[in-house]
Ligand binder design. Structure first.
Ligand code: 13P
Length: 253
């Protein structure tokens, strides 16, 4: 049975004090996660160790990094490697968020390398894909996302791909308050699963968690997560409000 995941992406928000308070409120809330349900918090680098301590051995709650470098070590001032993440027991890392693709010009090829580095260190990449508005308006979003998957993930074998979590985040829905409808999310998730199925086989594709991201809130999470190919969400703005994110976690099916 594939994992259902509510993942928070704090992005570049929260001081240490704010973040500690937010995480404490969520960890201390009344949340019942079943064996295949997970809550993941992608926090800024400086807070990884302390956030991991806060989550402690709370079952099915994990801390994630928001990015990593595509090389294992070396003269890359200001960067963070998966080796470092693994050494502080971080098991998840967001890879290829659209903000990194847009502002830091990350390419599908670099992201393929980041995915490889993560898997080499036993870190689960949460691999983001998704189209900009112009592509959606042109109706070519399926092809666009297929290319992202193809160029960053199709070098993996059937065993490795099952260690990847995919997050579909249509760029036009990120931080805009404009959520894809549940039907639009399901259509793209079904497309992603069929692309994975063609490449890796149906049984493998059925095992891969595909999260939806883009203006997920407490109020709309349940409807989106109820779609058959939507296995949870990657949440920005609403993950910064404890009551909202608790509601989102509790909306996992
Ligand atoms: P919002 O939930 O703020 O739209 O952000 C989505 C996102 O980018 C999560 O990675």
């Amino acid at each position: 049975m594939r994992k259902q995941i509510a993942a928070a992406n704090w992005k570049m928000n929260n001081t240490l004090e704010e973040g500690t308070k937010l995480l404490n409120e969520i960890v201390g809330a009344d949340i019942q996660l079943s064996d295949n349900q997970f809550a993941i918090f992608a926090v800024p680098f400086p807070y990884l160790i302390i956030a991991d301590q806060q989550v402690g051995d709370k079952s099915n709650m994990f801390i994630a990094a928001q990015n990593c470098h595509n090389k294992m070590a070396g003269a890359y001032t200001g960067e963070v490697s998966v080796d470092m993440l693994a050494s502080i027991h971080i098991h998840y890392c967001v890879v290829g968020h659209s903000e990194r693709r847009e502002y830091f010009l990350e390419t599908n090829q670099q992201l393929a390398e980041k995915v490889d580095r993560c898997l080499e260190k036993g870190i689960t990449p949460i691999f983001c894909c998704g189209e900009p508005l112009a592509i959606r308006e042109a109706g070519t979003q399926n092809d666009y996302v297929s290319v992202q998957l193809n160029e960053s993930l199709f070098h993996l074998d059937a065993e490795a791909i099952q260690k990847v979590v995919i997050a579909y985040e249509p760029i036009w829905a990120i931080g805009t308050g404009k959520t894809a409808t549940a039907t639009q999310a399901q259509e793209m998730h079904a497309h992603i699963r069929s692309v994975l199925s063609n490449q890796f086989g149906e049984g493998v594709a059925a095992n891969i968690s595909i999260l939806y991201g883009g203006s997920v809130k407490g109020a709309n999470a349940k409807e989106i997560f109820s779609q058959p190919d939507v296995d949870g969400g990657l949440v920005g703005g609403a993950s910064l409000i404890s009551s909202e994110f608790v509601q989102i976690i509790n909306a996992l099916k």
